[in-house]
Design a protein. Structure first.
Length: 236
């Protein structure tokens, strides 16, 4: 009976272990290289940075013009997809923050002047992405964690940037506004915390989706490029 039970447990655990091994496969992990960037790397960084910047300009204007709810989170999610895909193909130190710098410069040119909040947001996204992908390497789990971290950062970024511009007194105004909002709507502080938690949870889900899609897009693109290369070799 004990042997039969052990066999049953083994057959249940084995597929789960195989799935986990596929999900966290170390063969997928690309740790950042400190080698100098090649011309090919610079072209890829510039391309993905330009895509990021153009997305901020075009989609950003549309989102703000239509006043789409969670518009900032949507822009951040798309940015995660772009720069994680780019980092997959350039797994070298500094690649992500360089893409962010290119995107931020394009954003400035589109506006015609330096506006601190969007400029700082793009640079911080590139910096946070760089830190996480440098420490964790380039693989599925790091993409997911990067997406979640950046989407949660998009929630607090307005408070950080406004604190830098207007000083710490702005936080007192926000706190007083939340208190009055609760009084007007007859909502207790505990209920307000639950609303904030639900809002943060939506960002976490969106971050997971962005990280997952970024990894799948990069892997699919790599497979297509390998297939194309094999077809060229066969024709040659």
């Amino acid at each position: 009976n004990v042997r039969y039970l052990c066999n049953k447990v083994f057959y249940v655990i084995k597929p789960l272990a195989n799935s986990a091994r596929g999900f966290f496969s170390f063969r997928e992990i690309r740790m950042p290289s400190k080698q100098r960037l090649t011309r090919h790397d610079i072209v890829l960084i510039s391309t993905f940075g330009a895509l990021w910047g153009l997305m901020e300009i075009t989609v950003g204007v549309t989102v703000k013009g239509l006043r789409i709810p969670m518009g900032g989170a949507i822009l951040t999610a798309i940015a995660v997809i772009i720069f994680t895909t780019g980092r997959y193909f350039v797994p070298k130190f500094g690649a992500t923050v360089m893409m962010g710098a290119v995107a931020a410069i394009l954003k400035i040119f589109s506006i015609g002047t330096i506006i601190a909040s969007p400029f700082l947001a793009i640079l911080m996204e590139g910096l946070i992405g760089e830190i996480l992908l440098t420490l964790l390497g380039v693989h599925r789990l790091s993409f997911l964690l990067t997406g979640v971290t950046l989407l949660l950062y998009s929630v607090i970024h307005p408070f950080i940037s406004q604190g830098i511009i207007f000083g710490t007194d702005i936080y007192k105004i926000y706190l007083e506004s939340f208190k009055r909002l609760g009084e007007v709507l007859h909502i207790s502080a505990a209920h307000l915390l639950w609303i904030i938690f639900a809002y943060a949870l939506l960002h976490i889900i969106l971050g997971l989706m962005a990280g997952w899609f970024g990894f799948k897009l990069a892997r699919k693109t790599e497979e297509e490029l390998i297939l194309l290369q094999k077809q060229r070799e066969t024709m040659a």
